[in-house]
Ligand binder design. Structure first.
Ligand SMILES: NC(=O)C1=CN([C@@H]2O[C@H](COP(=O)(O)OP(=O)(O)OC[C@H]3O[C@@H](n4cnc5c(N)ncnc54)[C@H](OP(=O)(O)O)[C@@H]3O)[C@@H](O)[C@H]2O)C=CC1
Ligand SMILES: C[C@H]1O[C@H](OP(=O)(O)OP(=O)(O)OC[C@H]2O[C@@H](n3cnc4c(=O)[nH]c(N)nc43)[C@H](O)[C@@H]2O)[C@@H](O)[C@@H](O)C1=O
Length: 315
């Protein structure tokens, strides 16, 4: 991508969009276009068409979506399905109509079939029943991947899809009901430590396994994909390493300095038992994650304390 190319980052206020924006700015891109949802609701087809016709971006990072953890997904499935279908359909179609040179769409490891063989290979997509707790979201994410592939075959559009694993890092959502596990446990443990509380509640059994990629590494992968990959089908972006929720909670407790007891609430859903991705395809193209989980959690903790003091934490 030329440094003066017109680059649109959809979702720049979010975890992924924020990391991609920081990286583009660090790399010296001078023409980055952004819009908050209050300025441009991507569910509004006419507004999206008008935006693309007016701004004519050449490259698009599609990191706008309605995103949440296991409880949010199972509580608001209609919104997760509708919003994500509309956002993807409007942006992908307007990108085609306005002649965008390349678009990067993002899937998620949680959209693979619940019982697909692990580690998950890209070919496993659509080969079996989905995880119920986030099926609505998954259907919308799968539709976006399918749209990109069919716009490639029918119109020759260079629209690609990355398939990130669970992400975390600066800019994450720390709302205790709507967020993902890592920010939720970090916030709960910080607040428990400060309050002198003896316990912290962990949802579920603690036995599910999850893989976590630091969002700055994902941003690096997004630029790599935009520069290096132009082929159909999702491409996994992860670390290839997972751990149990119990092990994650113990790691966060050690970083935060919470020495109380972890109490597991079996009334909360575990979700899919495991979703470790096979990351060999992207490794074969020359990209691998650099930040180990302990370092990423430590960096996220430092960022959380600093931004909480400034009143900038989402959630
Ligand atoms: N977080 C994770 O663990 C993972 C995320 N992904 C994918 O990465 C992408 C980004 O996720 P993430 O950064 O975590 O999500 P966030 O919730 O952190 O950010 C999503 C962004 O989308 C924007 N947005 C939401 N609805 C609309 C709308 N109707 N119109 C315009 N903008 C909208 C929001 O903008 P605003 O703030 O202005 O309202 C927000 O900044 C998604 O496609 C997600 O599926 C994939 C795997 C894992
Ligand atoms: C990222 C990807 O994957 C997401 O699915 P998920 O990985 O199941 O999401 P999660 O991070 O919310 O939970 C992971 C595990 O952790 C446990 N858990 C413990 N304690 C808390 C807790 O306090 N909060 C949360 N949220 N989970 C907790 C929780 O019970 C579960 O066993 C999709 O929603 C979808 O967003 C998607 O794209």
């Amino acid at each position: 991508m030329p440094r003066d190319a017109r680059v649109y980052v959809a979702g720049h206020n979010g975890l992924v969009g924020g990391a991609v924006l920081r990286r583009l700015q660090a790399e010296g891109f001078t023409n980055v276009i952004t819009r908050a949802s209050r300025e441009l609701d991507l569910r509004d087809q006419a507004a999206v068409r008008a935006f693309f016709a007016q701004e004519r971006p050449e490259f698009v990072f599609l990191a706008a979506a309605k995103v949440g953890g296991i409880l949010a997904n199972s509580t608001y499935p209609a919104q997760f399905l509708y919003d994500n279908l509309m956002i993807a359909a409007n942006v992908i179609n307007a990108a085609h109509e306005s002649g965008v040179r390349k678009l990067l769409n993002l899937g998620s490891s949680c959209i693979y079939p619940r019982l697909a063989p692990q580690p998950l290979r890209e070919e496993a997509l659509l080969t079996g029943p989905l995880e119920e707790t986030n099926r609505a979201y998954a259907v919308a994410k799968i539709a976006a991947i399918e749209l990109c592939d069919h716009y490639r075959t029918q119109y020759g559009s260079d629209f690609i899809s990355g398939m990130p694993t669970n992400l975390y890092g600066p800019g994450d959502n720390f709302d205790l009901k709507g967020s993902h596990v890592l920010p939720a446990l970090m916030r709960k443990m910080v607040e428990a430590k400060e309050a002198g509380a003896a316990t912290v509640e962990v949802w579920g059994s603690g036995t599910p396994l999850r893989e976590f990629l630091f969002v700055e590494d994902l941003a690096d992968a997004c630029l790599f994909l935009m520069e290096q990959v132009s082929e159909p089908g999702p491409i996994n972006v992860g670390t290839g390493v997972d751990l149990t929720i119990r092990e994650l909670a113990e790691l966060i407790a050690e970083v935060v300095g919470f020495t109380g007891e972890l109490v597991f609430d079996a009334s909360k859903p575990d979700g899919t038992p495991r979703k470790l991705m096979d990351v060999s395809r992207l490794a074969g193209l020359g990209w691998s994650a650099r930040t180990d989980l302990h370092s990423g959690v430590s960096q996220t903790y430092d960022w959380f304390l600093q931004e909480r003091a400034a009143g900038n934490i989402r959630g």
